[in-house]
Design a binder for this molecule. Structure first.
Ligand SMILES: O=c1ccn([C@@H]2O[C@H](COP(=O)(O)O)[C@@H](O)[C@H]2O)c(=O)[nH]1
Length: 242
């Protein structure tokens, strides 16, 4: 199965996101990720619906994190959108994660969608270095141990996979199950500016490290030719151009 490259549509407005997508032909319709910036923009909710109607695979990256009942009720509404993937913070705990999974299912079924959105648990953000995680969270374990602990928690709560950097993918797989997904942002082509990310690899390295899919924002959206950059990421990830 072809591993997906989710293009992070981190645009200020829906108009800008639509403009960006015009360069992709119907035949090369990419999987897309809508994050907080675009979803909270005017028309963001409706745009997500439009993307689904147009046939895009949609990853809604809302990083839900609240008390279990609030997340469950929010997840019901998100499930009604009929998206394919939704993020929740693993740090919200087992009850919150289970609430999210149940809410997504209830919402999707209530709206008559045949596909139930897959919940993906954020472990440690790819912007964190080991040092920043320690100073921020005061956890006494390594970043890798923290990610694996949160991945196991998410797996046991019924979540479909994790968000982490590719550096942790193999350990996540070893600690969970073959079908449990490791989706990894923090992706750059060799030589690209890292920006605010810390744990960064190329698409080819992500594949070698066990990622099941990658999220790529600026290395595609700010490329001179976004279609070429997207195709390169897809080929590298799937071992055709590494
Ligand atoms: O740990 C995480 C979780 C989510 N993200 C999101 O992925 C993209 C990455 O964008 P780039 O431009 O490729 O850096 C962005 O939407 C983040 O919100 C992440 O980077 N790390």
């Amino acid at each position: 199965m072809t591993k997906p490259v989710f293009i992070a549509l981190d645009f200020e407005t829906v108009i800008a996101a639509k403009q960006f997508l015009t360069v992709f032909q119907q035949t090369t319709k990419p999987a897309v990720k809508v994050g907080m910036e675009l979803f909270y923009a005017e028309g963001g909710y409706a745009f997500v619906r439009e993307l689904k109607v147009a046939g895009f695979t949609v990853f809604l990256d809302l990083k839900m994190y609240d008390i279990p009942s609030t997340v469950q009720k929010a997840a019901v509404n998100v499930g009604k959108l009929g998206v394919d993937y939704v993020t929740v913070h693993a740090a919200g705990g087992a009850r919150m994660l289970a609430g999210a999974v149940a809410g997504l299912r209830m919402g999707a079924q209530a709206a008559g969608h045949t596909t139930i959105p897959k919940a993906l648990a954020i472990t440690q953000l790819t912007s964190f270095s080991e040092e920043e995680m320690h100073t921020t969270q005061l956890v006494g374990v390594s970043l890798r141990e923290s990610v694996v602990h949160l991945a196991k928690l998410a797996y046991q709560a019924g979540v479909a996979g994790t968000i982490s950097s590719a550096y942790e993918s193999d350990d996540i797989h070893a600690a969970t199950a073959a079908e449990f997904l490791s989706i990894t942002p923090g992706i750059r082509f060799a030589g690209d500016a890292v920006g605010d990310q810390s744990r960064v690899v190329t698409p080819a390295r992500a594949a070698a490290m066990g990622a099941n899919g990658i999220v790529v924002g600026r290395s595609i959206t700010q490329a001179v030719d976004a279609v070429v950059a997207y195709t390169r990421a897809l080929n590298e990830l799937n071992g055709e151009d590494a």
